[in-house]
Design a protein around this ligand. Sequence first.
Ligand code: PXL
Length: 276
Amino acid sequence: MSTLRAAAIHDLSGFGRCSLTVALPILSAMGVQCCPLPTAFLSTHTGGFEGFTFLDMTDEMEKAAAHWKTLDLRFDAIYSGFLGSARQIGVVERFFRDFRAPGTLTVVDPVMGDHGAVYKTYTPEMCAGMAGLAELADVITPNLTEAALLLGVPFGALPGPEETVEQLSMDGRRSVVLTGVSLTPGKTGAMCFDAKTGRTQAVQTAYISHEFHGTGDVFASVLTGALMQGHSLPAAAEQAAEFVRACAVRTAASDIPPREGVEFEPLLGLLTGGAR
Ligand code: PXL
């Protein structure tokens, strides 16, 4: 049996622990060969840093995808996140069409915003495009802000988490893992709708009273790895929530600035061992 392989379509932010600098080590630790298709190169992510550089990689992505096609590369999963331009969304849609085979898992983390605000580089056109891309996914992993953008309702006017995931499921055809869901004080986690079983289920862990950048990317990367390993959606969400919690506990103790993300590196060992 050969090593599982994923195409990871995210930005490469040199500093700040998000996107590819999170997906690559996490998927590798989980026994997945992670092939990056960078959407943009930034000096840092856009949350909490001023003056970051931004190089749009749309043209390069098309060339790299065309080369991969000549190599007849096959992927067990295609996992996308932060996108760099509106035109790029069409490139990613074509990538899905060209590289999706029976059994390929497509995970779209519809990265657009957080805490009720859209990220600095996202235009309304890009948000609309992201909603279209997310329609092609087997699994989406929005936070509450992104769920509101996908449903076209103001942040704060979202229905309860169960109804939100059901509304996002496209009549039960798409699995949804809604992150940042707190059902009781002191707890946080996700609400899952599993298209395979038609069941809605919550996953909750202890809330660590610190907000760190990039935890959504850590969560979605662990979820993708666990799904690729064959775990059910709720089990994969449970593992992802627990890993984020462990990272948050460790990082809170070291008191680094939240914009630097969670110190997940020393905890990667928690993810090894499940590799097939
Ligand atoms: O963590 C989401 C994310 C990914 N990539 C970039 C970002 C953000 C959020 O701010 O700026 C470049």
